[in-house]
Write a protein that binds this ligand. Structure first.
Ligand code: NAD
Length: 475
């Protein structure tokens, strides 16, 4: 096979939201860039097998839920019918449009895209093997190879009834019964989709709460709703053996104190993701990885090899696309000789369930674990006019404040549109805003954003729409 030879200032490995953002920023800074990816299209897991298809389906599930609940608001409609072919083709059209858009932007910037699997031959040369083979000599490289789902040992992996986060998004059928193993981000988001489409969803989570590590105040309203939408949620539980029975999968469920066997049409494994740091020829470079397989980097996204940078899921937690995108800009800017570093005060996290859960900055549990004194303000959405108009008053906005100055250290929100609302929390933390600042921002009425201002009003006294009788001072 013919070997194409290229030279580049920067070679970017991986064309996901980390990789293409790094390539674009480097090109915008005047560098000659080659981007390599095995998938054949830009966008990575986020665009093809993750954020975008799952949010497309979550939009559908939201619509279905609203239609079903419309009756309570005086709108009488029948049970909606789902046309899977049209649903899948709409999802594909969203992905295609975005992937073509990214490819177009790459061409406009003069970023050369090579479709093939990359392997480092040295700290200055990389081989790409795909339909054509290429070798690229580079001054700098950016590794943005992402992550993949963790498999559970003992599972019949080649069985089409066993899904991971990628195959679950294909939505080949709507199973009557679905077991979700893992009550984290993916398990709950995809469980929400399948429940709305009509599946009886059971979740098995090995720890003692859903979304481990997330503030319990935020998880509680979500868990309550999930328990009403799903068939069952089992905590402190695990899955033992899984066996094909011809018409389903027979699963041994280990609940606290008893083991039972149940049959499910499909089983989704969503027990975490691991970094893609193997098979890249890193042994031919100075790049090192930690015990979990994450590539070691510094605050400039530089690996232990001065010519090679790493960003996104492969470079450590949190495995979130927007963290990758920010790191991408840092890596490109450092390579171009600019001063830049990745030292955010707040990285937002959003779980796109119904209701959504979003948070940023310090959490109450983290403050407690560190022995840090904070003041915590909670504003229940039952006192929000906007939440009531939507019949979604189960939400809550929570602020973690420095006790003397009222500086905003953390924000947590549970409720519809929490993922959009958290942006104000990020801005507040990054700008070192005080609770007083949040009370002075004029929030449009009637909007859910008012709950941020009202939560902050607790720090100064009473919020307009709540009254808590001050504690009597003992004489
Ligand atoms: P996760 O870490 O969020 O959740 C995995 C869950 O599985 C945990 O609750 C864990 O306790 C549980 N678990 C592990 N082994 C188990 C077992 N044997 N039996 C039962 N439960 C078990 O992982 P995920 O949901 O697979 O998602 C992976 C990552 O992808 C997330 O951490 C996140 O970074 C990213 N992600 C983000 C979004 C988003 O931003 N909205 C959406 C999806 C995924």
């Amino acid at each position: 096979m013919e070997l194409a030879k290229h030279g580049a200032d920067v070679v970017v490995v991986g064309a996901g939201p980390g990789g293409y953002a790094a390539a674009f920023r480097a090109a915008d800074l005047g560098l000659q860039v080659v981007m390599v990816d095995a998938r054949g299209r830009p966008g990575g897991v986020c665009l093809h097998d993750g954020c975008i298809p799952s949010k497309t389906l979550l939009h559908v599930s939201d619509l279905l839920t609203r239609i079903r609940e419309a009756d309570r608001l005086g709108i009488e409609v029948g049970e909606p019918r789902v046309n899977l072919d049209r649903l899948r083709s709409w999802k594909r059209s969203v992905i295609d449009r975005l992937a073509s858009g990214v490819a177009h932007l790459a061409r406009q910037r003069g970023v050369r895209m090579i479709w093939g699997r990359a392997r480092f031959l040295s700290s200055g040369r990389l081989a790409a093997s795909g339909e054509i083979s290429a070798e690229i000599d580079f001054s700098h490289a950016v590794l943005a190879t992402g992550s993949r789902p963790v498999a559970l040992p003992g599972m019949p992996l080649d069985n089409p009834r066993l899904l991971d986060s990628t195959t679950a998004l294909d939505l080949e059928t709507i199973p009557e019964s679905l077991l979700v193993i893992g009550g984290g981000y993916i398990g709950l988001e995809l469980g929400t989709v399948y429940a709305a489409l009509g599946s009886r969803v059971t979740v098995v989570e090995m720890l003692d709460g859903l979304l481990p590590g997330v503030d319990r105040d935020l998880v509680r309203p979500l868990e309550k709703r999930i328990r009403s939408l799903f068939e069952a949620v089992h905590l402190r539980s695990r899955v033992g053996s899984v066996r094909e029975t011809g018409d389903g999968l027979e699963v041994e469920l280990e609940f606290p104190g008893e083991t039972v066997t149940r049959r499910f049409d499909q089983v989704l494994v969503a027990v975490g993701r691991r970094p893609n740091s193997e098979g890249l020829g890193l042994e031919n470079t100075g790049v090192t990885v930690d015990a979990q397989g994450f590539i070691r980097t510094d605050t400039q996204c530089r690996t232990d090899d001065p010519a090679i940078f790493a960003i996104g899921d492969v470079a450590g937690q949190p495995m979130l696309a927007h963290k990758a995108t920010r790191e991408a800009k840092v890596a490109a800017e450092v390579i171009a000789g600019e001063e830049s570093s990745f030292e955010p005060e707040a990285i937002p996290a959003v779980v796109f369930t119904d209701p959504e859960v979003a948070w940023c900055g310090l959490t109450e549990a983290e403050a407690k674990a560190a022995g840090q004194e904070v003041r915590v303000m909670r504003f229940p959405w039952a006192a929000s006019g906007r939440a009531l108009t939507m019949r979604r008053s189960e939400g809550m906005t929570k602020l973690i404040l420095e006790p003397d100055s009222g500086q905003v250290l953390g924000v947590g929100i549970v409720g519809v549109h929490a993922g959009e609302l958290i942006a104000e929390g990020v801005a507040a933390i990054e700008m070192a805003a005080l609770a007083e600042d949040l009370t002075l921002f004029i929030h449009a009425h009637p909007t859910l954003s008012e709950t941020l201002g009202e939560a902050a009003e607790f720090f100064l006294g009473q919020p307009t729409h709540l009254f808590r009788r001050p504690r009597r001072r003992r004489s």
